[in-house]
Design a binder for this molecule. Structure first.
Ligand code: ADP
Ligand code: MG
Length: 231
């Protein structure tokens, strides 16, 4: 895929796949283009050329909500919740859109069972949740929608390590239910400990892709070549 923001070209022939059941780590320094890949893959930013395929089907020009209905979900960077609404309202909005009104009640109950921290805070304004709880709320909204692929963008950003553990447990729960994952991270060790394949982006292009065990060495080489370091 290729992508631009007006005249700024952000992606250059980025190509990789996330086969069913796998976990791919998408790594790279700040500004490398990771979030742009996530946006193009989920229909939020249009590719200027190239293709996005979901299960062999071309979705390059498919609307974002349709791609979501096909089971490809984006957990965006940042908090990704409606700060003024409470936990229950956030969950209801996310799930209604994803599972439909008919399955809403059961999906809500399952989400609360899987993430008791949310059940205890049903009526708390989402904006007052901790950063980790907000990420868990975002994940709960996709877990119950039987995702095929979840693209999680910088889940660990700004969170204490012990909190990140909890958020990653949520991610593992999603994988255990059969979803493939594309894990976008600057905290590379987190992502690599989970991943079955790694893709290293630099300045909008795939610099390297291969087994997670080799990713560290590749990143160090990039760093030696003068690219900004991932944290
Ligand atoms: N909405 C936008 N408008 C203009 N430029 C953008 C926008 N979003 C990202 N960019 C630019 O595109 C490049 C890649 O950004 P991004 O995909 O967010 O990188 P990453 O997620 O790897 O940090 C950066 O140089 C960034 O400044
Ligand atoms: Mg980003």
């Amino acid at each position: 895929m290729n992508a631009s923001y007006s005249t700024y070209r952000a992606l250059f022939d980025v190509s990789f796949s996330v086969p069913a059941g796998t976990i791919v780590a998408l790594l790279g320094a700040n500004g490398a283009g990771k979030s742009t890949v996530a946006r193009v893959a989920t229909g939020l930013v249009a590719a200027t050329s190239g293709k996005v395929l979901v299960g062999g089907r071309d979705v390059t020009r498919t609307a974002a909500h349709r791609i979501a209905r096909m089971g490809v979900f984006h957990v965006p960077e940042g908090r990704g919740v409606f700060a003024d609404l409470d936990v229950e309202e956030n969950l209801r909005l996310a799930l209604r859109r994803r599972v439909g009104a008919r399955h809403l009640a059961e999906a809500m109950e399952r989400a609360y069972t899987t993430f008791p921290v949310l059940a205890a805070r049903r009526h708390q304004q989402a904006g007052t949740l901790s950063g980790g709880e907000q990420r868990i709320l975002s994940l709960a909204g996709v877990l119950e929608a039987a995702p095929k692929l979840v693209i999680a963008d910088e889940l660990s950003l700004g969170l204490a390590p012990v909190i990140v553990d909890g958020v990653y447990e949520g991610l593992k729960a999603i994988h255990a239910r059969g979803a493939a994952l594309l894990v976008v991270e600057q905290q590379v060790d987190r992502a690599l400990s989970l991943a079955t394949h790694a893709v290293l982006l630099a300045r909008g292009a795939v610099h390297w892709q291969g087994p997670p065990q080799q990713a560290r060495a590749e990143m160090e080489e990039l760093l030696a070549a003068g690219y900004a370091p991932p944290v």
